[in-house]
Every structure is written in C-alpha cells, then in structure tokens.
Write a protein that binds this ligand. Structure first.
Ligand SMILES: [Zn+2]
Length: 338
C-alpha cells in the first residue's frame, strides 16, 4: 500500500480509534489511519491499556504510533480525526508539521446534540424543526467554502439570517447572500421562519457564535470525513468480535487480516445484471432517518489476500500449494485456518 500511495504525492489521511469494549473497560484500542483518496487502510496500531495506564490515554498513543509509522514514508499533507482534545493539542505543536482537520461527521453530531438540548427549552421549540437543515448546512459550508476558513465562518453564521427569512446581509466580508436559489412564494409561506430576537432565534445564535465552535470551523474547510473508517471498523469487529477475548498477538494478526481483507475489497465496482446488462441496485432502510434509500449492489468480495498468504506460506514451508488452496476454498473464512 505504501508504495502505491508514495506515487500519489500529497495525501489526506483520516484516523480514528476503535475500542474492544464500550466505555472505560476497554483492554485494547486499535487506531487506524486511512488514505481518504483511495479509502485504503495505511496502518493500524494496537494499544493495550496496560501500556498507557488508563483507557483515556489509549487514543492519543494510538494516533502517535500510527503517525510515527507512516510520517517518514509518505507525504502526508492533512490528517483528519475527531475533536479529541489531546490529539488537537498535540497537532498544534510542530511534531508532525501536518495540517489537522476534524472529521465533519463527528462535528455535525456534536452540533446536533447542542441544538437538540436548546430546542427542549420552553419557548425555543421552533428551533427543533430546523435542526436537520442546520446540520445539512454544515456539510454544505464545508463543500462550498473552497478551503477558505473566513468564508466557512461567514457561511456558517449566515444561518441566523436565512432562518429569519432574510437572504442577504451586509455584515460579512465574503459571503453576503444565500446561494441556494430564489425561494418560491409558496415556500416562503410554508416555511416556519424564526423571528429575530425570539427565544428560539437567540438560542440558535448562541450555538452559532459559540467561541470554541467558531475556532473549530477552520478545521473543517478540507471536507474530511471518516465514514469509510466506520465501515472498516465494522469489518474489524467481524475479525475480532468484541465478546471474545484475544491475546495481543492474536489481536495483531486479526487486525492485519482485517486490513488486508478491507484493502483488497474496498472500491469494488457496481455489479451488473447478467441478462439485462443493467447496473444492479437494492433498496435499504437506513437507521438515521428510517426511510428507504436506493443503493448500488457491489460485485462479490474476493479472498485474494488469503490466497496470496496461503501461497507464500506454502512456498516458505515447501509444502504442496494445491492442498492449501483447497482448504481455503472450502472454508471460505481465513480465520478458521489460523
Ligand atoms: Zn436564505
């Protein structure tokens, strides 16, 4: 993977940790870095709680070990993580000299939580209807700000005008009016706008102008998100089930297998219907909004990584390779052979 990525020049990596059990009882934390361009896992480090003393320190240690293992080999321009305070502090030092961005998904989640709490206060109920639009607005700001943190901030703050049915203003330097097209009169009547100086509008303004949040916006301008890392973590759970206990070596081996499995299969093309020749689709119900969505069906997964491993194992052991290949075909699952 490293050789492949070295050719690509400047990279954006996304990182996150996954604990083997929820809360503070975790024994291991697996920290992984993924290349955002190709969605391939670049490195994974496994931290045992006994190495760092407390589970709260595992994430930062995992981040450091993962970064240390790639920083000399790859040209890392940006690394994106959640808003973990210890990692944010570390990235302000010149240890890595890499731009630090926040994962937009984690950021949106924390804003949604703040808004939901505000909307529960008496008199601020009107804000509740706007939460979905406001969180979508954050994604939109990050996509459209062109890497400019001032523009990002102004776009973010513009929500206070839009929500009050005011679509142009002269209080900003770069971003002076909504650019989502003219609203029809029908829309304007149907939308429940928030009145300026009403409790709900004040509550929104207090969230928009939150000092820490305004500072954090500068770390969203590259539109980095760790969604594919979540997919990898789900696969990791299949290889290292959380209910089961594994020794350190077992954890390392299983994590390596998961990474190879993931890298071989990520970015698979969409499957084609054999007879009709059309791209295949499926309908799924998503947890977030409990609605049905259309998603592509991908081509079947391969076990190439396992075949490669078995082959080199057979070669190094000098055994008959055909026999080993048959074993893996029959079982399908590599981990049963380990
Ligand atoms: Zn507007």
């Amino acid at each position: 993977i490293c050789k492949e990525l070295q050719k690509k020049g400047k990279l954006t990596l996304v990182g996150d940790g996954r604990c083997d059990s929820p809360g503070h009882s975790a024994k291991y934390l697996t920290y992984s870095l993924m290349d955002m361009g190709t969605s391939k896992i670049v490195t994974s480090s496994i931290i045992q709680v006994t190495e760092v003393g407390a589970s709260q320190r595992m994430e930062k240690e995992g981040f450091i070990r993962s970064m240390d293992s790639v920083i000399e080999k790859l040209d890392v321009a940006v690394v994106a993580t959640d808003q973990h305070p210890q990692i944010a502090t570390l990235m302000k030092t010149d240890k890595y000299k890499v731009e630090h961005q926040f994962d937009i998904w984690h950021f949106v989640k924390s804003v949604r939580k703040k808004l939901t709490a505000k909307a529960k206060v008496r008199g601020c109920e009107g804000l509740g209807m706007w939460i979905k639009s406001i969180t979508l607005h954050i994604w939109w700001c990050a996509v459209k700000c062109e890497g400019n943190s001032q523009k990002m901030k102004e776009m973010w703050l513009s929500m206070q005008h839009h929500i009050a049915n005011n679509h142009s203003w002269d209080t900003a330097e770069i971003f002076h009016c909504c650019d989502r097209g003219e609203l029809s009169n029908n829309d304007k009547e149907e939308i429940v706008w928030l009145e300026v100086d009403s409790p709900a509008h004040d509550a929104l303004r207090s969230v928009l102008n939150d000092k820490r949040l305004l500072k954090d916006l500068a770390h969203l301008t590259q539109f980095c998100h760790t969604g594919m890392l979540e997919v990898y973590h789900a696969l990791l759970t299949k290889h290292c089930p959380k209910r089961q206990h594994f020794g350190y070596k077992g954890m390392v081996a299983r994590t390596q297998l998961a990474a190879m499995d993931f890298n071989d299969n990520v970015g698979r093309a969409q499957a084609v219907h054999k007879k009709k020749g059309k791209l295949r689709l499926k309908s799924v119900c998503l947890k977030q909004d409990k609605r049905r969505h259309v998603q592509p069906i991908l081509k079947a997964k391969t076990l190439d990584h396992a075949h490669r491993m078995m082959k080199s194992l057979a070669e190094s052991e000098g055994k008959h390779e055909g026999k080993m290949e048959r074993e893996i075909d029959r079982d399908g699952l590599v981990r049963r052979l380990l």
